[in-house]
Design a protein around this ligand. Sequence first.
Ligand SMILES: [Zn+2]
Length: 96
Amino acid sequence: MPKCAHCDRQWRYTETLQQLFSLKCPVCGKKNYLTAKSRNWNGMSSLLYLPVIILIFMFSELSIVGMVFLGIGLFLVSMMVQPLMLELSKEEEPFG
Ligand SMILES: [Zn+2]
């Protein structure tokens, strides 16, 4: 679970989920940024879903509606996993 870069308080899972987009600390209210490493991991993990979706599409008789639900399901799973992988920093780190 991530720690606030300002007050060093560890965020709870539900708090992290609520702050996933704003990344505002629930204790000190200051804005946090994702570390470059954490951002890279996010990008990688969403890339991993693409082959999975294509494979399922090729080997199953899933309808379009089924695919939409599958996409939503995978998206939700990636959201649930994200709090475990987040790393926070005070400043926005450059890409690299
Ligand atoms: Zn804080």
